[in-house]
Design a protein around this ligand. Structure first.
Ligand code: MN
Length: 511
């Protein structure tokens, strides 16, 4: 490895999936892992196998199917978790075990109820156990930035002695600042005598909006692996954003002089995929991938960009895969052209999915003259969600206006059985939700409801994004249609399907 190459460790599927409401199905996790492979990440942290059977199965599947990158599984520092993590990834072409344990006094005393010596011994024992399974072992002292520096040096030396090949400095709670973090990293390089035998990594959270700044500073001080997520999703305020780190390194190579293996033209597509599957919208002003990131509103700026792009653009939108082309598919377009266009957008559908998507496309093209790429994304989201359904929304009929709002719905279950019911409500969406509840019968509370127009114009496709809560767990649902009541009903059924399909026992602390 050349000394200026930065290892990109993606934890979208582990820390990112810990975002409240971002639960993914196994099929969705595999789809994201395959796209991360195309994006060129070096390491995929696929999950946390000890936390639930669903997580174990997803990591196992990704290890089997995604062969180029290193596939990493996270484990608490206990024998069962390390063994479960290994069992999940042992079939990987390049497996990595990642063991973590808290090192700050605040965690040791209040959460683990142990003392420093016990923690040190446990870390050493679990790294040694992991090393018995595989050569590639990473260790994270959780909450590193609030730990005693001398104690950190001692732990790192000890775990490297028993074979840790990567040591990860974690700003678990997003507390540090760039200069302070840089000094901690410098201390690690100076005070850990065997540090030359391990790669030093960082894992930064964004509670103060400093995750990317802290990560970049650490690279200048000798760190060569950065842990990050697509769109910066993750626990609380999220993790360092992959696209921001990669594009900062690329755009400011004059300053940083580092390279990565990332194919930046896959960034936009990956961002959309992760947003669509997790149900976590990207804020419009988000750096790199936000809808406004390459839009110019001021007349002076527009004039400048038209004359010479670099007047107000530091990056070429094409470098992240934004083509700016609008689709010229219409209602006369055939299935072949449709499939070709989808492949250009990065969607490779099987015949059944293609048939569903094509039918939806034809229906939309009847209502709307020009079908844009954004319409297609919304519509494909619907077509691809069908694979995980316990209930499918067949039809919704509603009436509102000056009468008592009422709705009737027809659902079909996985066995093909038809269910119909009707209800009154405060409005047509509420009436549709009540009617669906009468059939599904699972208690839940609607905690968030958003409708966005995907494109401009009065025939625009509306996309509903909702969150429901049941027993403390949040589930996201999305649905798209030119009728917003139908879109809302689709989103509700989608969220209920996730609720019904969710595995129990998910959760746990992690770096
Ligand atoms: Mn984390």
């Amino acid at each position: 490895m050349s000394d200026n190459k930065i290892i990109i460790f993606d934890t979208t599927l582990r820390d990112g999936e810990q975002s409240p409401g971002a639960t993914l199905t196994m099929k969705e996790k595999l789809e994201i892992a395959q796209q991360l492979d195309k994006l060129g990440v070096d390491v995929i942290e696929a999950g946390f196998p000890a936390t639930s059977p669903g997580d174990f199965e997803a990591v196992h599947l990704i290890a089997e199917k995604v062969r180029r990158p290193i596939i990493c599984a996270l484990a608490h520092a206990n024998p069962e978790a390390v063994d479960a993590a290994w069992n999940a990834i042992k079939g990987a072409a390049h497996p990595r075990l990642h063991v973590f344990l808290s090192s700050s006094d605040i965690h040791i005393a209040h959460q683990l109820r142990k003392d420093r010596d016990e923690i040190l011994n446990l870390a050493v024992a679990m790294v040694a156990r992991a090393k018995g399974y595989t050569e590639d072992v990473e260790f994270s002292p959780m909450d590193t930035t609030r730990s005693d520096a001398a104690y950190i040096y001692q732990i790192l030396k000890s775990v490297i002695d028993v074979g840790a090949t990567t040591v990860n400095i974690a700003d678990t709670v997003g507390y540090t600042t760039p200069q302070e973090f840089g000094e901690l990293i410098e201390g690690v390089f100076k005070k850990v005598p065997n540090i030359g035998r391990a790669l030093v990594s960082v894992h930064c959270h964004n509670d103060l909006g400093l995750a990317v700044a802290n990560s970049l500073e650490s690279l200048r001080r000798g760190v060569r692996q950065v842990e990050c997520t697509i769109n910066g999703i993750g626990e609380r305020a999220g993790n360092a954003s992959l696209e921001e780190i990669v594009m900062a390194l690329q755009t400011r190579r004059d300053f940083f002089a580092f390279t990565t293996n990332i194919d930046t033209t896959q960034i936009y597509k990956t961002s959309r995929l992760v947003s669509r599957l997790t149900g976590m919208p990207v804020q419009p002003n988000k750096a790199i991938v936000g809808a406004n990131a390459f839009r110019h509103e001021s007349g002076i700026h527009q004039d400048g960009v038209l004359k010479e792009r670099s007047t107000y653009e530091i990056m070429d939108p094409r470098s992240i895969g934004l083509t700016g082309s609008t689709l010229s598919l219409g209602k006369l377009s055939g299935r072949h052209a449709f499939r070709n266009h989808l492949q250009e957008l990065g969607y490779y559908l099987n015949d059944e999915e293609l048939a569903t998507a094509f039918k939806a496309f034809k229906e939309l093209a009847d209502k709307k003259k020009e079908v844009t790429d954004r319409d297609l994304e919304a519509l494909l989201g619907d077509a691809l969600r069908n694979g995980i359904e316990t209930f499918h929304l067949e039809r919704v009929h509603y009436s509102g206006g000056h009468t008592m709002p009422t709705a009737s719905v027809k659902l079909v279950d996985a066995q093909g059985k038809t269910w119909e019911d009707a209800a009154l409500g405060d409005g047509p969406v509420d009436a549709a939700y009540q009617a669906i509840n009468r059939i599904v019968g699972t208690p839940n509370e609607l905690v968030e409801f958003n409708i966005n127009s995907v494109t401009e114009g009065k025939e625009a496709v509306g996309e509903a994004m909702i969150r429901i809560e049941s027993e403390g767990q949040v589930y996201t649902g999305r649905g798209a249609d030119t009728d917003i009541v139908v879109a809302s009903a689709k989103a509700y059924v989608n969220a209920l399907n996730r609720l019904l399909g969710a595995q129990k026992g998910k959760g746990g602390q992690s770096p």
